[in-house]
Unconditional design. Sequence first.
Length: 210
Amino acid sequence: MPTRKYNLETRQRKQADLKDRIAAATADLHASRGVTATSYADIARLSGVSLPTVHSHFPTLDELLQGCTAHVAASAPALPVEKILEAGELAVGAKLLVAAVAQQHLHFEPWLAWRENGLVPFLADMSDGIRQQQSELVARLLEHHLGPGKRREMIAGCESLISFDFWHRLVRGHGLPPAAARRVIYKCLLANIGLPPASSPTSSPRRKTE
């Protein structure tokens, strides 16, 4: 009985390792050529397995993208939500938010830069989820420092400013170094919130509601 259990566990571990290998190969291909230009045959060749093996582990494109996304996200820098929300001043929390999100943009850039949301529903849904999460984090940060209130426009502006699209435009479109792009985003974020451009951590923000 112990031998049978050991063999089962060994087989499951090998299958998990194989699935990770396929997901890693998929991530590499998607980074270099995008989702729509990558075939299951390409993935099989790069991962060193048969085409039926790829299909058996990832029967659908959505499942393949889930595996790929999980693989890429596993090494992504974490978003320090509590640290951002616990910052003593709004300007400090905003600066932490910009820095953390920019790090994530840099990590995910090889995949997001292909702009395939309009072609792949899974990617569109994933992007919508990310925007929603970022909007909720911004709303929590603003409420913590400014108190309750309806701030739809302010939140929408903040979410747009910390989005991958804006960051990517600054870094790749305008050629700004990442540090300079963060400064631009931070200044725009403060202006959208209502803090002075040269705000210090001890500045008192205006309470804004719509």
